[in-house]
Design a protein around this ligand. Structure first.
Ligand SMILES: [Mn+2]
Length: 430
């Protein structure tokens, strides 16, 4: 891990929030992700399952967490199982968590090796009435492989068919969406690393650079600041590539006069940041580019103000749609008839702005959060309107990450990342 140690107090709090919502006499189990194979003996870099990380801080494969708050004996209420390590294994595999180190990371006193898991689980199951299984109910999930968690759930239910089953996911969605101060600090760090990468670009971009050279500048800056890299696959889209919403080829040269849409951001300690900026290859926006840019910026600023406690997700998007519609009328991209005749299920503005304005942000880039429940303080959202005009050869998206406040406007974690036209032009022309 490149990130600095995180206080175990965060994970202690997170577990308390989870167990407070469990039914009486219930046991919950959480698994690490598998290390996914490529072929032969090569593997993808390990990515910890965000739920076990959130509840324990353990960032290692083949780990299992048990929570059983009503277990008869105190040492059975929180248990970690880890892959066995010793001095010999450390020589080959590098350092893995020892039992002592696992306690420091997680605050969990009872730590066993994985080989003891089935035996200890059996004893606990004889006391428990309900088993909390961890399924993935994220609104955008689409998983084709069987995760280690899913494999375990299958085995667990088959082995213990007489227990009641309950779902961990709604509890996790609810508690993970409201961030603790420690989490906001980690997310601010991720945003600060992203800022360094973006500033580095501003002095690097000029006509003739390729999209992948820009990607290389970013990864260099991210890793040297303790990030493991991009929080999500980066989009570096010059000219009309910006109008392909999920353009990730990043293999084209950037031409004078074009814009580059950058949707690029660093992770830190498994927390995502999520930035979009749109900059001119030549260091100056044309008047038309500037007009569209400032329209997108106004929509972003107005939309941000709507993210307040009690706001409803669907209403929020409707309101942003109205703001966007008025900007598109101002730019001459829509006329009054387009709006009067619009289909309420696919309003006219969607021709130029076809994606959502916001999503939860946290340990996942599209983070947990129950979208049918009102917005709460300390939720973190992206705000990312865009206007895409293939006929004019450019698309513009601007995206910041903001924290909903108890009172007043959201706090912008990206307040220091240049966004005004003048500031970007000045920094590109030093
Ligand atoms: Mn986003």
């Amino acid at each position: 891990m490149k990130y600095l140690p995180i206080s175990s107090a965060l994970f202690v709090k997170n577990r308390k929030k989870f167990t407070a919502q469990m039914k009486p006499n219930a046991i919950a189990v959480f698994n690490s992700n598998d290390i996914y194979p490529i072929s032969a003996d090569s593997t993808m870099p390990f990515q910890q399952h965000r739920d076990i990380f959130y509840l324990s801080g353990v960032d290692q494969e083949e780990s299992i967490l048990i929570l059983f708050p009503d277990a008869p004996y105190e040492h059975q209420r929180e248990i970690l199982f880890l892959r066995e390590t010793n001095e010999h294994i450390a020589i080959w595999e590098g350092e893995k968590l020892t039992k002592e180190r696992a306690f420091e990371v997680s605050g969990i006193k009872t730590v066993y090796w994985l080989s003891d898991f089935e035996k200890i689980l059996f004893e606990l199951m004889t006391y428990a009435e309900t088993m909390y299984i961890n399924t993935n109910e994220h609104y955008r999930q689409s998983v084709e492989t069987e995760t280690r968690e899913a494999r375990f759930v299958k085995w667990w239910k088959e082995k213990y068919p007489a227990h009641n089953v309950a779902k961990s996911n709604p509890i996790l969605q609810r508690i993970r969406s409201v961030k603790e101060q420690e989490e906001l600090d980690l997310m601010q760090t991720a945003c600060n690393i992203t800022e360094k990468g973006f500033r580095r670009l501003l002095s690097f971009v000029k006509p003739g650079v390729t999209e992948y050279e820009i990607e290389a500048e970013l990864i260099h800056e991210f890793v040297r600041n303790r990030s493991k890299g991009f929080a999500y696959t980066p989009i570096i889209a010059s000219g009309n590539n910006a109008n392909v919403l999920h353009y990730i080829e990043n293999n084209q040269p950037c031409h004078a006069g074009d814009l580059i849409l950058l949707d690029v951001a660093a992770e830190y300690a498994n927390y995502s940041s999520d930035l979009s900026r749109t900059i001119p290859v030549s260091g100056r926006y044309t008047d038309r580019q500037k007009a569209v840019y400032n329209a997108v910026l106004r929509v972003k600023n107005e939309a941000t103000k709507l993210l307040v406690p009690g706001a409803l997700w669907k209403e929020y998007h409707k309101e942003v749609g109205k703001i966007m519609t008025s900007e598109l009328l101002g730019l001459g991209l829509l006329d009054k008839a387009d709006v009067q005749n619009e289909n309420p299920d696919w309003p006219a503005y969607k021709k130029y702005f076809m994606h959502g304005t916001s999503h939860h942000l946290g340990l996942d880039t599209h983070d947990y959060g129950l979208l049918h429940e009102p917005i709460k303080a300390n939720m973190v959202f992206t705000v990312e309107p865009g206007i895409y005009i293939p006929a004019e050869g450019f698309g513009i998206r601007l995206e910041d990450n903001v924290v909903v406040q108890e009172k007043g406007e959201p706090f912008n974690l990206m307040r220091n990342i240049p966004i005004e036209v003048e500031e970007i032009e000045n920094l590109m022309n030093v």
